[in-house]
Design a protein around this ligand. Structure first.
Ligand SMILES: [Zn+2]
Length: 139
């Protein structure tokens, strides 16, 4: 699989998989969208496993947007290899546990629950990425 480059102007409504379109991975202020095909496959698996709407809150990020949202300088979002998302009516822990079965030995999985420590979050969310090594965190 590989990283594809799309144009929001040209490809916005292009269907990448049964549930996802190019525009869902776009970045404010950028026509270009970089996107790893494998990331779409992973999200589609998660979507089908839970059978509930899956909302992507951040996909590809330009360096400027990544800095504006406080992302790490080595963020996988800059490469089109990461997505932050939440699944309706499904706890972050359940989504992350299923993602773990899809990426048992590699990739990034970050848990961002809405809990007592993070009560101001509108929703919790999960970050997944397709990096070669294995990385896990909870924030
Ligand atoms: Zn992320």
């Amino acid at each position: 699989m590989s990283i594809c480059e799309y144009s929001l102007r040209r490809d916005s409504t292009r269907q990448l998989s049964p549930s996802f379109k190019v525009r869902e991975f776009g970045c404010k202020g950028s026509d270009v969208v970089l996107l790893d095909e494998e990331l779409v496959v992973l999200l589609q698996c998660i979507r089908e496993h839970f059978g509930k709407p899956l909302h992507i809150t951040s996909g590809y990020r330009t360096a400027a947007h990544n800095a504006a949202v406080g992302g790490s300088k080595s963020s996988q979002h800059l490469l089109g290899r990461a997505a932050d998302f939440w699944v309706e009516d499904t706890p972050v822990a359940s989504v992350a546990a299923y993602a773990e079965t899809l990426l048992p030995a590699r990739g990034g999985i970050g848990r961002y629950p809405k809990d007592a420590k993070h009560s101001t979050r509108k929703t919790g969310w999960v970050h997944i990425d397709t990096r070669a090594n294995k990385s896990r965190w909870s924030m």
